[in-house]
Design a protein around this ligand. Structure first.
Ligand code: 5AD
Ligand code: SF4
Length: 466
């Protein structure tokens, strides 16, 4: 998902331990040096990087905005599809020269976990290789690096711990990401996540709610709860809060106006989540429910644990809610064995569900995954053809859905200002982007009413309704 804007590092703060909130990054300790952290991949990676930055800042490092200015270069990587993983090695090649200048280079995230110590073979200028399940050990690993060790690894995935930090340096001053569950216990046959992020571990509800209170004190009004299968949340404390109870408890924290969550797995999506959204307007009216394919045969081969019909039952539950809930999804085209008829079932599912938006991908065979042993039978050009057809169809659905909103008024959290005079951008609670005109002096971070005057497939246009 694109970021609406970037803000400078000076503005960034994070929740501090204890009761005192709003503590700025500690004063830099020049002996520790500077770090540059680059992130690829999903929102979980973005947020992991925010926590990694927090760990480094609390140890006295200073964050800089270019690799040239840094003594420590960290690269948080993604391996969900082959292209993403390839990018990592080409970027590491660019860093090679930098190591000669005495810089320390580290690889974090999914590629680190997947490739492990082989990274030292392929890129001997790398000194740190650490997967996300080992981030808790980062302080020790940093100490080893500081002591001059040139081969430091954190690659264990057999952990029941989550990565909690005393300080997180957040990138967005209004919307805070917050991981509530790490890893994944599902076994989708195409997916590297169970290998790279390890088994499912839920954070305690006490700790989550404590952090939400701190975030609210810091001025955040929107929180987004994160997890690969966020709705599989299982509170490890004796309170045994269900996911929907947790959503309601987060929404009850004074100062919080919007609560989002992503990504939901269809098999664990139950009526109580819809009921929670119905009963509490602070719970955003948006569910991201990846389907991956409209064909039950392909879903079986993907080991998705539901059929087309079962998925459609969940959709019926969401569409039947007392207030409209936007629905978005992920789709893979060209999975091994996907016939033209299977693909057409995916197109007909789009027609039937009328998603508000979707992310679509060409199947990419990944190391360690069960589907690697299936022949990747669909030629690249055919995958591209299917992807284009799917995206064309969805564009028309979105054009019609967004057009039907012209004339309506929505609350928008303003999070971007255009270079053009009097033009602003923000999100509705259904996560639609709205570009709108207003004569107001300063709107960033505020909630305003916007009347929709026009629509495109990907955004709404409007004017500030005062
Ligand atoms: N090939 C293509 N797409 C994939 N995804 C996950 N693994 C693969 C793969 N091997 C997609 C799924 C998932 C999203 C995050 O990435 O659609 O929901
Ligand atoms: Fe991957 Fe499936 Fe887990 Fe999602 S639910 S992270 S697609 S294994």
């Amino acid at each position: 998902m694109g970021k609406l804007f970037d803000i400078g590092l000076q503005q960034l703060t994070g929740p501090a331990p204890g009761d005192r909130a709003g503590v700025d990054a500690p004063a830099p300790n020049s002996a520790r040096g500077t770090f540059f952290l680059e992130t690829f991949g999903c929102q979980m990676n973005d947020h992991d990087s925010e926590k990694v930055a927090g760990v480094l800042l609390s140890r006295g490092y200073r964050q800089v905005e270019s690799a040239e200015a840094a003594s420590l270069i960290l690269y948080n990587t993604c391996s969900i599809r082959e292209k993403a993983a390839q990018k990592v090695f080409s970027r590491l090649g660019e860093y090679r020269e930098k190591q000669k200048d005495g810089k320390i280079i580290g690889v974090l995230g999914c590629v680190a976990q997947q490739e492990g110590e082989d990274i030292f073979e392929r890129a001997p200028w790398v000194s740190l290789v650490c997967g996300s399940a080992s981030y808790r050990k980062l302080p020790q690993m940093l100490a080893e690096l500081e002591a001059g060790n040139h081969r430091v690894t954190g690659l264990d995935t057999d952990t029941d711990e989550t990565f909690e930090t005393e300080m997180t340096r957040r990138d967005n001053p209004w919307r805070a990401y917050l991981t509530i569950i790490e890893g994944c216990d599902k076994a989708c046959s195409y997916c590297v996540v169970p290998f790279t992020r390890g088994p499912e571990r839920s954070r305690s509800s006490d700790s989550i709610l404590r952090e939400v209170r701190q975030l609210s004190d810091l001025g955040y009004s929107e929180v987004q709860l994160l997890g690969q299968t966020v709705n599989s949340y299982s509170d490890p404390t004796s309170r045994r809060m269900s996911f929907s109870e947790l959503l309601l408890a987060v929404a009850d924290v004074p100062g919080i106006r919007r609560v989002r969550f992503t990504t939901s797995h269809p098999s664990d999506f139950e009526k109580d989540i819809v009921e929670a959204i119905e009963s509490q307007p602070k719970l955003c009216d948006h569910v991201h429910l990846p389907v991956q394919s409209g064909s039950s045969k392909v879903l079986r081969a993907m080991q998705r644990t539901y059929s087309r019909e079962e998925y459609l039952e969940k959709v019926g539950m969401i569409r039947g809610a007392k207030r409209p809930i936007a629905l978005t999804t992920d789709i893979i085209v060209g999975f091994p064995g996907e016939t033209e008829a299977d693909f057409e079932e995916t197109l007909s599912l789009l027609e039937e569900v009328q998603y508000d938006s979707l992310f679509s991908f060409k199947y990419s065979p990944r190391p360690n995954t069960p589907s690697l042993s299936m022949t990747d039978s669909i030629p690249e050009e055919e995958k591209s053809r299917r992807l284009a057809l799917l995206q064309d169809k969805q564009r028309e659905i979105q054009r019609a859905r967004n057009s039907s909103l012209v004339g309506e008024t929505f609350e928008v959290l303003v999070s971007g200002k255009s270079r053009r005079e009097n033009q602003w951008a923000g999100y509705t609670t259904s996560h639609r982007v709205v570009n709108f005109a207003s004569q107001a002096q300063e709107l960033l971070g505020t909630y305003v009413q916007v009347r929709v005057t026009d629509a495109t497939p990907n955004s709404l246009l409007g004017e500030h309704a005062v």
